[in-house]
Design a protein around this ligand. Structure first.
Ligand code: FPP
Length: 231
């Protein structure tokens, strides 16, 4: 969700104002995705690297997250949305962590859409964590090393048995992966929007989805092979 800072700067506002406007885009985009029928939406809200930002900004982000969770729980329940966190959420301030876990547990059986929030998340750390957990399972003889394959490995990631993302949207013209879902995005289609996140609303989402619909996904196979599989 890039570009909050630049959006604010261009309006002579503070970076925190930019994040506040960004939180409004979060509300709009979650609603739109639910209506369209997107089964899983993952928002990269805070990376492990973001801890290095000024503490005032970091604190403001946690306040915005807290407000968001409080104000959206009702709508998540009404719309059958399950909230899930990806990342090291024990690093979050205690009150945010508690609220997040509470919303996750209240929405745990909702099954129309999963809203993943990546918080204190790093793709490389996620892979290391999965490796450590796999190694521990082997040591405890719950798993044999020969049983480790792509699907067992995936199951040990934060995303567990969720499907890999079809589309990755990057806002504000950035053309980097920035440590996001490194394993899961192996075959994901990338879409770069020049628009800053606070201005990324439903028309921009629709444009991204229409662009995605025109893509041809071959997963390493030929066009003819893929056509046979699809039909
Ligand atoms: C990156 O833009 C954005 C963030 C690090 C924070 C994203 C947070 C929100 C949109 C609001 C809170 C989240 C929720 C889920 C309610 P940037 O600050 O790097 O922008 P810049 O590249 O223009 O400086």
């Amino acid at each position: 969700m890039d570009g909050n800072g630049r959006w604010a700067q261009e309006r002579n506002l503070s970076r925190i104002d930019g994040h506040r406007a960004g939180a409004e885009s979060v509300r709009t985009i979650v609603r739109a995705c639910r209506r369209i029928g997107i089964p899983v939406l993952t928002l990269y809200a805070f990376s492990k690297e973001n801890w290095q930002r000024p503490s005032r900004e970091v604190q403001a982000l946690w306040r915005l997250l807290r407000d968001y969770l409080k104000s959206e729980l009702g709508e998540m329940m009404e719309n059958n949305i399950r909230l899930n966190a990806l990342g090291d959420i024990d690093e979050l301030p205690r009150n945010v962590n508690r609220l997040l876990r509470d919303v996750m547990s209240k929405t745990a059986t909702n099954n129309e859409m999963i809203l993943n929030l990546a918080l204190s998340y790093s793709g490389r750390s996620e892979i290391i964590r999965a490796t450590q957990r796999l190694a521990a399972a082997c040591v405890a003889q719950q798993l044999s090393p020969v049983e480790i394959n792509e699907s067992t490995f995936s199951a040990y990631l934060y995303t567990g048995d969720m499907p890999d993302p079809d589309l990755l949207i990057r806002t504000s013209g950035e053309r980097r992966i920035s440590n996001f879902l490194l394993w899961q995005t192996a075959y994901t289609e990338l879409y770069v929007s020049p628009v800053y996140w606070p201005d990324f609303r439903e028309p921009q989402l629709m444009e991204a989805l229409e662009d995605y619909q025109r893509r041809e996904r071959r997963f390493g196979r030929t066009r003819e092979q893929r056509a046979k599989e699809v039909w």
